[in-house]
Design a protein around this ligand. Structure first.
Ligand SMILES: [Zn+2]
Ligand SMILES: [Zn+2]
Length: 238
């Protein structure tokens, strides 16, 4: 766990909370915001990590989701019980988290129910937020899931991308993956100017030479993914 840049901290992930968990980030500051919040099973560890940075669950004001999958946002139902945090997601991934759809939330991979959670607002392509000293732009990058988002962040020092599972995510029709849309999304990311990136799994850190990495992901799309969509913790290391 630790600070990535400015007010951005890694607070969740396979080595930080639970081995099922996707990476989760805290944007500290006046309006403490989480980018993804991990799974229900990682929630108690997430809280400990927040506490070590001086935050309680009740201090979290917003959670913005890269997409509506179990490993990224199923902890939201628990956070909701202890905070007034508002939950934001793209409209194409909204219904599945509000109904707990086991396919679309990918919770079938974990043999766990997805706890239904109310969505407070929808994130739209092109929207820009100023949080914690960053300017964060929402980019709709469908492909892994219909409502997958990437966050394009401008910090004083550099520009970086929080790409979620748009980079190296699994493909499966049951979660609504679409290879053509995914390719177009990666092409769109390649038009942006960024120096570093962080993605949904692997070490929660900033990876440099980021455009080369995204170009590799684009080239390997449809070739490199695992058609059985095994969860990352079983078979995928980067
Ligand atoms: Zn994931
Ligand atoms: Zn996913």
């Amino acid at each position: 766990m630790g600070r990535l840049i400015g007010n951005l901290y890694a607070v969740g992930g396979s080595t930080l909370t639970h081995y099922w968990d996707a990476n989760a980030y805290l944007v500290a500051g006046d309006e403490p915001t989480l980018i993804d919040c991990g799974s229900v099973v990682g929630y108690s560890a997430l809280k400990k990590n927040l506490q070590s940075l001086g935050y309680e669950a009740k201090d979290i004001k917003k959670v913005i989701a890269t997409h509506g999958h179990f490993d990224h946002v199923s902890a939201m139902a628990l956070l909701r019980q202890e905070s007034d945090a508002k939950f934001y997601i793209h409209k194409m991934d909204r219904e599945q988290v509000e109904t707990g759809d086991p396919d679309k939330t990918a919770s079938f991979l974990y043999n766990e129910p997805f706890p239904q959670v109310h969505v407070d607002g929808e994130l739209q392509d092109g929207e820009v937020f100023n949080i914690g000293g960053f300017q964060l732009q929402v980019i709709h990058t469908p492909g892994h899931s219909p409502g997958s988002l990437s966050f394009y962040v401008k910090a004083p020092e550099l520009n970086f991308l929080i790409a979620g599972d748009t980079l190296w995510g699994g493909y499966h029709p049951r979660v609504g993956s679409d290879i053509d849309k995914w390719g177009a999304s990666l092409d769109r990311l390649l038009e942006l100017d960024f120096d570093a990136l962080s993605w949904g799994h692997g070490q929660p850190t900033l990876i440099y030479e980021a455009k080369v990495k995204v170009a590799e992901a684009r080239q390997q799309l449809g070739i490199y993914f695992n058609p059985w969509f095994k969860p990352f913790y079983l078979n995928f290391r980067y």
